[in-house]
Write a protein that binds this ligand. Sequence first.
Ligand code: ANZ
Ligand code: ZN
Length: 799
Amino acid sequence: MKYDVKKIEPKWQKKWEDARIFEAKDFDKKPKFYGLVEFPYPSGAGMHVGHIKAYSSIEVVSRKRRMQGYNVLNPIGFDAFGLPTENYAIKTNTHPRVITDKNIHHFTQQLKSVGFSFDWSRVIDTTDEDYYKWTQWIFLKLFEHGLVFRDTTLVNYCPHCKVVLSNEDSQGGKCDICHNDVIQLPKKVWYLRITKYADKLLEGLKDVDYPENVKQQQVHWIGRSEGAFVNFSVKGTDDSLRVYTTRCDTLFGVTFMVVAPEHPLLDKHKDQIRNWDELENYRKECAKKTEFERTQLVKDKTGVRLEGLTAIDPVNGKEIPIFAADYVMMGYGTGAIMAVPAHDQRDWDFAHKFGCEIIPVIEGGDIEKEAYTGDGKMINSDFLNGYTNKKDSIRKMLEVLEERGIGEKGVQYKMKDWAFNRQRYWGEPIPLIHCPNCGIVPVPYDQLPLKLPKLDNFEPGQDGQSPLARVPEFVNCTCPKCGGKAQRETDTMPQWAGSSWYFLRYCDPHNEQAFADPDKLKYWMPVDWYNGGMEHVTRHMLYSRFWHRFLYDIGEVPCPEPYKKRTIQGLILGSDGDKMSKSKGNVIDPVDIVDQYGADTLRTYVLFMGDYSAAAPWNDSSVKGCRRFLDRVAGLTDLISDDRSKTDKLEAAVHRTIKKVSDDIETTKFNTAIAAMMTLINEISAVGAISKEQFETFVKLLCPFAPHLCEELWEFTGHEGFCSLAPWPVFDESKTIEDEIEVAVQENGKLRTRITIKKDATKDEAIAAAKEALAGRLTGTIRKEIYVPGRIVNFVVSR
Ligand code: ANZ
Ligand code: ZN
């Protein structure tokens, strides 16, 4: 058949759309499959080949599932609030609504041109009022359950984007949007209490099928630490200095204490601190550093000793100095530590620089050189002396601390609460009201959505205030509780709000009464297979698991975990091996590939380019290779034949390919699935014929990858329905067991030749065949004939 891409691809895209074959049916009797991809941010740059690779995995699995008889939900939507659009809006003085609509339209055209089998009747856009109404609704539920709070703290602030960033959005001390340095600023911040869900988020990982590195990253990010809180009294005051330690067994080795430069103890005892000016200067220096810089394990520690303020060790009554130093963070534990320089390297480095005492309490190592962090026998430790391991010592010390009321067991998490506000325009308004009489009052549920007012000037204020603060009609309201004059919150939600629950909305996207109908949720949830990027593992994946678990706890969703299985796609690099980026000029536009080679080639290539989860460079000649492969598939129509004597030879190869392709799709080994089909083509060419049945099997196997071509070939062979809905080929193991075998023919144990015989040949048949093969070439008289079934015929001869 002639492979006319330009004709075939639009033709089938239209037929699929007209017949609505990819629309999921709620409550269908068939088993359900919910496949999910991370929905795109509709940026002005349009789609990237990386999007195509990311979506192609679930696309192939969804198509296979349909052919296997599943009722498939394979939805798509747009995560459209956020800074890139807003910044572009400011730059071009165009409303973000206009830009968003234009970009979504563009993305839709692009996605459709690739022939993805999305259910286009369920498209969602997080900036739709009908959608963000429910984002606000979930926020109010969180508020109602005490999971929203406000605090003045040091925040990660990007002076360039003029926004407060969450920890997740400023990893490594860089703004995730503009990549500039983030600074620390005191601000009033709305938080979601995700830390309250830390243990549930950890436990939930036991029941899901995620790659090990994905689980590990989440475990690490949550950073559960078990230890103890211990109270030291501050000499001459009724204050105590509370510390968090994972090593309360080393309490007798404490020789000083360190508080974070921002610790409130300092201001409280200003009068007692004789070197206040020095301390003030030091604090100013520290404020310039990012948290990332402060937590780096640099040897050269800085700090200031508080003159006039000391602490008392609660186990031995010893008086010890207190320092302020920036290697102690205000945001972890209590913002203060007990320093044990003999057994903690940071404390050891600090002690060396500031001339503090070093008292070993565990035997081992050479503490002249470095801190000893290993296990060993306890020394210099009163009631702990003689204990030989950390575990027992800690248990004993905890007992004593609790007995004497100076400390207790405690758990800490590295993960912090989720900073949940932005002083920007293009986001969901936070539905809260500040009332002078009643305090914080939620917007009543029946007043949702709290709509984003239409503005002409969406630039953030110089004072870091949201543009909404400049709109009196938005700000001024009446308090829903007391009816008095009140003011609306003007901050908006962060980029990650809308994506924290979007997979639920797909189950029932047009519902006006609820975020989704409970029965539909029960039918579709959980997501059976979710594919996405590694960059979302410690943000979107944690945030959405948190929201979902919360909704489960309040009875709004049917299952505790949203995603049964998660897979990861690797990046597509430029052909130079660098990251694809505009600045490097190595970006491949998927539309160009569709234009030049066709969507089926693009789809096949992004899955053929290597191990799916690994990064791989773009390779033009391999793209051409994929196109040639599809050309050869189209050419197979010329080889369709009734000649069983030829085509029977292919039967085993066809069934081996069914098995390989079926299995490889399940384990995201798409590249080897495609390679197996390429091998089969070679075998078909060698035989020079293919039966109609074998041809149809081949077309069905390839259909999830190159569906346009396969539909055309399906039609060519006389079918009226869609190949996309034809039953997936069934693997028959008996067909792969070849019925002929090769046997060695020997004389006195030496190989003379090889023969091919029927697998179930008798001894007589095997020997007869061997004699025929050696006819006239025997070197002596046969004395004995030996047959090792299926392997060897040996003639013992005498000469
Ligand atoms: C005494 C000690 C002795 C410690 C020893 C360690 C080893 P993780 O596992 O990360 O929870 N620490 C506590 N709060 C801190 C803060 N805000 N900034 C910097 N460091 C802090 O580590 C907990 C340990 O980190 C705590 O245990 C404390 O030092 C330090 F041989 O206390 B340790
Ligand atoms: Zn009020």
